[in-house]
Ligand binder design. Structure first.
Ligand code: F6P
Length: 358
């Protein structure tokens, strides 16, 4: 069978593990041939493609990024874009397509499926917020990187009697923030799911310092919202990409200024940004990516089209792409409760918007 493969949206570590597993299992077990479409949907729409074979996937397992490169191109937003995708798939003789990407990539996959293209998808987002699957590959690597950064800022914050705010990725959900905040022992963790009051953050830090501590670590997701600011996101650029997203960023610096102003404690901000998406994947992400790739090629041969490979517990299963698109997966309240349980209450009352310091 001839199968097209693409990677779309923001990259994340483990994409190459997925591609490698698809090509190796497809070649060795099913006798498949592959066409690699370059730069996400742009490659399918504009016919940028190359042969994807065993030689191309050799040695890529530990590499970050994606050998197919990626983009946020949305053919559904271009005149005739979807039809051009269909025509180019035919031109290459592709009988099926595996789209590796997040909700944006999958929304196009679903549209093409409805137009008759045999599509299977693999969930990818560093933010770990896709519905229908327990974990996305790349998330574990991002958490490792953020945790190491938090460990490092701990020692410099302690040396200087400072508050340090670490801004991590997480547009609509705070998975990276809460995992790295828990792993790194952060004093305050702020996530998009819980808009917060600046004064609550300041009070949590004052309380901690009143007990003899002289430094604090705050972890904030880029998409966390300040209640007083009408819960708007803090943005670097309000120009929207082809999927309607603005560029988030700046909440860390805003918080640092407010904390210093309100508490009098010297405060600095560190923005981790794309460092979290770069470099070699962890062993966990290499294995998870390999399992997703292997699951996806099996799904193609079982004829499970319009479906996404999903991790449910310890199994890779096939679920409708539509289910994964239905909503954004938020941080579980149970995990928030774990973090809250480690900390004191302010004034005898738990303020659930902020995970408070001791
Ligand atoms: O969607 C994943 C994500 O990493 C978000 O956390 C972040 O806001 C965005 O991508 C950054 O996108 P870009 O790579 O286009 O700057």
């Amino acid at each position: 069978m001839k199968i097209g493969v693409l990677t779309g949206g923001g990259d994340c570590p483990g994409l190459n593990a997925v591609i490698r597993a698809i090509v190796r299992k497809g070649t060795f077990h099913y006798g498949d041939q592959f066409v690699g479409f370059l730069e996400g949907w742009r490659g399918v729409q504009d016919n940028k493609a190359e042969v994807l074979d065993l030689a191309k996937v050799s040695g890529i397992l530990p590499r970050g990024g994606t050998i197919l490169r990626t983009s946020r191109t949305n053919p559904a937003k271009r005149e005739g874009g979807l039809q051009r995708c269909i025509d180019n798939l035919k031109r290459h003789g592709c009988e099926a397509l595996i789209a590796i990407g997040g909700d944006d990539t999958m929304s196009v996959a679903q549209k093409l499926f409805e137009l008759g293209v045999k599509v299977v998808s693999v969930p990818k987002t560093i933010d770990n917020d896709l519905s229908g699957t327990d974990f996305c590959f790349g998330f574990d690597t991002a958490v490792e990187i953020a945790t190491e950064a938090i460990d490092r800022v701990h020692t410099t914050a302690e040396a200087h009697n400072r508050v340090i705010v670490v801004e991590v990725m997480g547009r609509d959900s705070g998975w990276i923030a809460i995992y790295s905040g828990l792993a790194g022992g952060a004093d305050v963790i702020l996530i998009p799911e819980k808009p917060f009051e600046l004064e609550d953050v300041a009070e949590a830090i004052r309380l901690r310092h009143s007990r003899g501590r002289y430094f604090s670590i705050v972890v904030v997701a880029e998409g966390a919202k300040v209640a007083e600011h009408s819960s708007d996101n803090v943005t670097l650029d309000i120009t929207k990409d082809e999927f309607g997203h603005v560029r988030l960023g700046g909440i860390g610096n805003l918080l640092a200024k407010e904390i210093e102003k309100r508490t009098g404690f010297e405060t600095r901000a560190v923005v981790l940004g794309h460092v979290q998406r770069g470099g070699s994947p962890t062993a966990f992400d290499r294995v998870l990516g390999t399992r997703y790739g292997s699951g996806a090629i099996d799904m193609v041969h079982r004829g499970e089209f319009g479906k996404m490979a999903a991790l449910r517990g310890t199994e890779i299963v096939a679920i409708p792409i539509k289910d994964a698109l239905s909503e954004n997966r938020k941080v579980d309240q149970a995990l928030i409760d774990v973090a809250l349980g480690l900390h004191d209450k302010i004034g005898g009352e738990a303020r659930r918007e902020v995970i408070q310091s001791t």
